[in-house]
Write a protein of this length. Structure first.
Length: 123
């Protein structure tokens, strides 16, 4: 080893049925975050609805959760495909309801599906 951090992740930006799809695999933490953020920012800049495919994420740290929640706040058209590990962390921090979850990129890009979970009613 040469003393440099090891980033065990991949990120890709593609388009499926008019949706920008950012696919993240491996580790999503503070080390991998900059590259993922660049792809997410580019996808949002395309003014297309966004799918964040996290089905291949094997570890998600606090920086990854923050990225996910920040992205949900920045765009109305976010759909998320999550691995079991991501779902487990979202449940642990009580954030599952903050994103529209789908079982696959194919399911997420079907026209007419709910864009975002309904806001809780008050009063």
């Amino acid at each position: 080893m040469n003393g440099e951090p090891v980033i065990d992740s991949t990120v890709d930006l593609d388009e499926v049925r008019g949706w920008a799809v950012v696919t993240v695999s491996g580790t999503l933490d503070a080390l991998s975050l900059p590259e993922v953020r660049v792809c997410v920012d580019e996808a949002i800049g395309r003014s297309r609805p966004l799918v964040l495919d996290m089905s291949g994420v094997t570890f998600i740290g606090p920086a990854g959760v923050t990225l996910l929640l920040d992205t949900a706040a920045r765009t109305e058209d976010l759909r998320v495909v999550a691995s079991r590990r991501v779902l487990h962390v979202l449940d642990a921090v009580d954030a599952r309801a903050a994103v529209a979850l789908h079982s696959s990129v194919t399911a997420a890009t079907v026209p007419g599906r709910l864009r975002r979970p309904p806001e809780p009613r008050t009063g």
